[in-house]
Design a protein. Structure first.
Length: 359
């Protein structure tokens, strides 16, 4: 019986490398693929901080990936994803910040580029494979009753990345393998060590870009007022994109009896609105651009748990489906720093239902 062929996304890190080792040991024919997203025309200063980020000059990473592929004896190809990455991720990143929202670029990158453009482009390059794998910490199961694919949290909740994968479709999930879903980080590093891979000790990537986000935004200054909740100007800013909900330090304000935080960004008025910590709590949110793992919401109204950012503790809420691919949620208890542009991801236990962009 001919071995199945697995195309695996290799990033140069220990997770994807260990995933490739696992798949090869399981008897699969493994082909490594790396997506090229770095655009040297970006107005970004060079520096050591660029290492261990998804968006960074790829020369070092490519050398490491080639060493990994050679050590494992697997084929390796590079896939140019720069144009679709710029359009789907970087342009959206700039637009969201200009509108006073704080996006999570990894969410769109995964659904549109890493699990979309990368495997499709590899196929167009003549690469034939049965499944696509990555080093993400998540699990996929097939529901025996409905036949639909379920996206689930990783066994190691401290490493779980299902939040970033909630926009994957049934078609994508039907071809995906997550070899690390049942494992812990120490186990993964040991697998890489046993395989003789130098990346076994490599530190984790920290963000999609490790420099100053203003490098990527490259917006001209747009001065405006920093105002209190009642609209009183107390300071000036040079652009609302330099602020996020919950920011306290560096506001250039004083004279208040209690600490003041950024509680809202008003793009229409070009204002940064500040208030006391209690003003950061919200019992409701509305989200648009909803995506459902099953292809549709579970019901017009239902209860679940919601994460409003990756490291947020899931909070119980009641969700109501709205027209136009949107939903609203009411939390059992008010939540801190509900931030426009971030993803609200809905869970039923360890199963991802879907999510949307907080608006």
């Amino acid at each position: 019986m001919e071995k199945e062929t697995i195309l695996i996304g290799l990033s140069g890190g220990v997770d994807s490398a260990a995933a490739a080792v696992i798949l090869k040991e399981q008897g699969y024919r493994v082909i490594g693929a790396t997506m090229l997203v770095w655009d040297p025309s970006l107005p970004v200063p060079e520096g050591a901080y660029q290492k261990n980020a998804c968006l960074s000059p790829e020369k070092e990473d490519l050398t490491e990936i080639e060493h990994i592929a050679s050590k494992l004896g697997i084929e390796f190809l590079k896939v140019d994803c720069r144009e679709p990455y710029r359009a789907a991720v970087l342009d959206n990143f700039r637009l969201e910040y200009a509108c006073g929202r704080t996006p999570n670029p990894c969410v769109l990158c995964n659904s549109l580029i890493k699990f979309g453009v990368l495997p499709s482009a590899a196929e167009r390059q003549g690469v034939k494979f049965d499944k696509f794998a990555t080093g993400h910490y998540a699990r996929v199961e097939q529901d025996p009753k409905t036949g639909k694919y379920l996206l689930k949290k990783a066994k190691d909740l401290s490493r779980d990345q299902s939040y970033f994968l909630h926009r994957l479709t049934q078609k994508q999930l039907s071809r995906v393998l997550f070899p690390l879903g049942e494992m812990t980080k120490p186990e993964i590093r040991e697998i890489a060590r046993q395989a003789g891979l130098a990346v076994a000790e490599k530190e984790d990537s920290q963000d999609f870009y490790c420099g100053d986000y203003n490098d990527l935004l490259n917006f001209p200054n747009k001065p405006g007022d920093i105002v209190t909740l009642d609209g009183k100007p107390v300071a000036r800013h040079q652009g609302i994109w330099g602020y996020t909900i919950g920011k306290r330090k560096g506001l250039g304000i004083g004279g208040f009896k209690v600490p003041m935080y950024v509680v809202r960004l008003d793009a229409e008025k070009n204002q940064v609105v500040i208030g006391p910590k209690e003003a950061l709590y919200s019992a409701r949110l509305q989200a648009d651009r909803a995506s459902w793992v099953a292809g549709e919401p579970p019901a017009p109204e239902f209860t679940c748990e919601i994460k409003i950012r990756n490291l947020h503790m899931p909070a119980k809420a009641t969700v109501r489906i709205l027209d136009g691919g949107a939903f609203e949620a009411e939390f059992d208890e008010p939540q801190l720093s509900v931030t426009a542009g971030q993803s609200a991801v809905l869970y039923d236990g360890d199963t991802v239902l879907g999510g949307g962009m907080i608006c």
